[in-house]
Design a protein around this ligand. Structure first.
Ligand code: PEP
Ligand code: MN
Length: 637
């Protein structure tokens, strides 16, 4: 076994090595066990990396080993994720050593199973990733389980022709035969493990720092400046991209890390730990900045009365580009509210490319807008363009919008952040996702946590649309932030004919909402005439997004709404019949009974759940559908 220990912890170890209990994830025979025994410790297996860390915290074990990176697949996210969670939630760990374990991934089977019969192989996901190509070439499907040695155990206990991907040691331990010595995609396979102790028990340390950030560009600069190894983690919906920095000098990292959005936590720098514990005067703070916009937390729901957006609640904000007159905004408000819009939009200060173009009616128009909002019972969203407008607008508007042109007007961002109103923050036409989140950070750092991010199109070379709606950018922001993300198809397209398609695309991609411009006389609109939907077309969009209209909508339109639903319903029934027929075919081919009363009960439950207001109707529908499906499956009762 190859040992690569940085630092001289072995010499400094005070207790006899035989007493050292070292936790690892997996069953006896796992590679973790080898790493755990590297310094003469007594390995103790746990079912998950979380459990290993828990045991370390409780003192059940003195040390924990976790795999950090592998020669074939790089970062072992399965271990790094729980470690990152533990460290960022305050578990005071120190890295005391690094151990490299050579890895040979044997394909092991029950005695006598020929290679040709092996259709599936079990292993830990990280091990399976290391032999993706080889297994594919052998036509073997990969089955995930919790550990390599655990896989050997499963296969040994099973009567199938499945294989395990594990060490030769594990294969032998569970009485399996090794068919292929190493199915790793790379010849020189190996995994680097880190040894961790609770800070109070740690003596020697290896430099290992943990960096949390949403800013990829900032961190790649750090890589160049520090020469550290950066292991990118996928991150989760709630937690931004994180990077593990091996062998880095945390103090230097601390100095070099850009202030925004980057948090450096050291797991091996005495100075950093001293600063954290003793609070020494003059010591460098360990945490340089704690991001808000990219903090790890559940999805934020921004609420204004009944208006909700985020974490599954979807907003449809509609209204004119500009509040033109009391009558105009009232008429349009009534139209969109009747279609099920959840908030009103309307500009009173307009950022115009041409200084001689109409600039908005200002605070006078705010009064008209407030009246319209009150009349239809919807909150109002309006843009502020200058710091000195903020207080006056915030007094009456429910949500303050920051326009694309002002996304990096930091004084304005700070001012709206202090105004006590939720903020709708448009992405600048030339801003990266990172810069957009940075702008949100300004608002949040100034005190306002209710920020709605809005993708409104970025500037590209394509002249046929005003901007290009960057749904990819919106989706890329999703794992980086807990804030709601909505799309503005109107400013992205600049043309009414594309608005519905773009809105539906954003909706289908999982945006938390849309903001759309509607005008009842586009030809005479004072601003953005080409992109305004007439109310009738907004109604069609609202129908397509499954909004609920109310009784203010004219009867003919309500009928059109219900007709569209009927059409969808009938088409769904048709699809259901087709799939049911295929299920019948599949059952016959595999010799299964076509009738299955348990399935029917499950279908009935589905209908009762989705149709909670009428059990009787749900039952009737299920009866009809099952009868029709039996017809399709040609079952005679
Ligand atoms: C608007 O919403 O009216 C507007 C001007 O949008 P943007 O800032 O996205 O151009
Ligand atoms: Mn506009």
């Amino acid at each position: 076994m190859l040992r690569e220990i940085e630092g001289n912890q072995a010499a400094e170890e005070t207790r006899p090595a035989t007493e050292l209990k070292v936790g690892y994830q997996g069953e006896p025979g796992a590679y973790g066990e080898t790493a755990a025994a590297a310094h003469g410790g007594i390995p103790q297996g746990f079912a998950s990396f979380e459990k290993v860390l828990e045991a370390l915290q409780k003192g059940t074990v003195d040390e924990a080993v976790l795999p950090l990176e592998n020669a074939v697949v790089g970062a072992i996210t399965e271990a790094l994720e729980p470690l990152a969670v533990a460290v960022t939630s305050g578990l005071d760990l120190v890295a005391t050593a690094l151990t490299s374990v050579p890895v040979r991934l044997a394909l092991a089977v029950r005695n006598g199973t020929p290679l040709n019969d092996v259709k599936r192989a079990w292993s830990h996901p990280a091990a399976l990733r290391q032999c993706t190509a080889k297994l594919a070439a052998l036509g073997i499907e990969r089955v995930v389980c919790y550990d390599t040695a655990g896989a050997a155990q499963i296969v040994a206990a099973d009567s199938s022709t499945d294989a395990a991907i594990c060490s030769r040691r594990a294969a032998e331990r569970y009485g399996l035969e090794v068919l292929v010595e190493d199915v790793s995609d790379k010849e020189q396979n190996g995994t680097r493990f880190v040894h961790l102790r609770m800070a109070e028990h740690a003596r020697a340390q290896v430099p290992l720092a943990f960096l949390r950030t949403s800013s990829m560009t900032a961190t790649s600069k750090l890589e160049v400046l520090t020469g550290a190894t950066l292991l990118p983690l996928a991150g989760t919906a709630e937690f931004p991209v994180r990077l593990w920095v091996l062998g880095a000098d945390a103090a230097r990292l601390q100095q070099l890390a850009p202030a925004r959005d980057v948090q450096v936590i050291s797991l091996g720098q005495p100075a950093a730990h001293a600063a954290r514990h003793a609070g020494k005067a003059g010591a460098e703070p360990v945490v340089k900045s704690l991001p808000h916009a990219t903090a790890r937390k559940p999805q934020t729901v921004v609420e204004v009365g009944p208006f909700r957006v985020g974490a599954g609640a979807r907003a449809v904000i509609a209204g004119p580009c500009t509040v033109e007159s009391p009558e105009q905004v009232m008429r349009i408000a009534r139209e969109v509210a009747a279609c099920g819009a959840t908030a009103l939009r309307g500009g009173i200060f307009k950022p115009r490319t041409n200084p001689y173009a109409f600039q908005g009616h200002g605070l006078e128009a705010l009064k008209w807008f407030v009246e319209a909002g009150k009349a239809v019972g919807l909150p109002i969203v309006t843009e502020v363009m200058a710091v000195d407008q903020v207080t006056a607008v915030a007094e009456f508007a429910n949500v303050l919008q920051i326009g694309a042109r002002n996304m990096q007007n930091y004084d304005l961002l700070r001012a709206v952040g202090r105004a006590g109103r939720p903020v709708l923050l448009k992405r600048g036409a030339g801003a990266t996702v990172d810069e957009w989140l940075g702008a949100a950070e300004y608002v949040m750092a100034s005190g306002e946590s209710r920020v709605i991010l809005c993708e409104r199109g970025i500037r590209t070379f394509e002249p046929s649309t005003r901007n290009t709606l960057d749904i990819g950018g919106l989706l890329a922001a999703r794992p980086l932030t807990h804030l709601p993300l909505i799309a503005d198809p109107s400013h992205a397209a600049g043309r009414a004919d594309l608005v519905e398609g773009l809105a539906r695309a954003a909706w289908a991609a999982g945006a938390d909402g849309i903001i759309v411009e509607v005008h009842d006389d586009p030809a005479r609109a004072l601003c953005d005439a080409d992109q305004a939907l007439v109310p009738q077309r907004f109604a069609e969009l609202a129908r397509a997004l499954a909004l609920r209209p109310d009784a203010r909508l004219p009867l003919a339109q309500l009928r059109a709404w219900v007709d569209a639903i009927d059409h969808d319903l009938a088409a769904l029934v048709q699809r259901r019949l087709e799939v049911a027929r295929v299920i019948g075919e599949s059952k016959r081919q595999t010799g299964k009974a076509v009738l299955d009363p348990r399935r029917e009960a499950a279908v009935r439950r589905t209908y009762h759940e989705a149709l909670p207001t009428s059990n009787a109707l749900a039952d009737k529908l299920v009866d009809l559908l099952i009868e029709a499906a039996r017809g399709q499956q040609s079952i005679e009762d």
